[in-house]
Write a protein that binds this ligand. Sequence first.
Ligand SMILES: *Cc1c(COP(=O)(O)O)cnc(C)c1O
Length: 219
Amino acid sequence: MSIANNIKKLTSQIPETVTLVAVSKTKPNEAILEAYHAGQRVFGENKVQELVQKYEDLPKDIEWHLIGHLQTNKVKYIAPFVNLIHAIDSLKLLKEINKQALKNNRTIPCLLQVKIAQEESKFGLSYDEAEHLLNSEELKRLTNINIVGLMGMSTNTSNKEQIKKEFRSLHHFYQKLSMLNPQLSTLSMGMSGDYQIAIQEGSTMIRVGSTIFGDRNYI
Ligand SMILES: *Cc1c(COP(=O)(O)O)cnc(C)c1O
């Protein structure tokens, strides 16, 4: 199937309330343009340099999300244009984003990454750390960032019950936080292998790469 057909099929399958982020990492501009011409406007990248290059090369009405781990010293490159940063895991990073957002006279929306997988290697905050950060006095002083939700990645497993349990737990946590934090509107969970489960469990934003663009040669 073509990229355009994959986009059309996916958008017809998912509820209108769920945002599709087309994860275009490692894929060439031509592939992104094919998705763009099929109507897709939200794209996700996981490397800063690649994101900046694609932003410069491609149509300016694309909404760019950084979905991967972000190093403090690279925030300045994406601060002028990035629409959403998915993987915040420290106050230090938020402070730098706030500083660069100020310089660019913008407010940058961010998601806190919560660790729900059992693997050791995945980045993210524990539930306690995320709640603490969200309610901290220091965060209130950061006038040019807006925490609009949470992001999580499930364990890389074929055990669907396990994945479901992890997404359900993150959704419960998101609902609990939302009661005191009405600015939360986004729960980013679900990728090619598990977006259907994620949507069943309350996801509002899915990040889908290989189902749209085909397999990647490298990560
Ligand atoms: C690569 C990536 C995705 C998309 O993965 P697919 O399995 O190709 O859909 C989603 N989220 C993050 C954080 C990624 O790095």
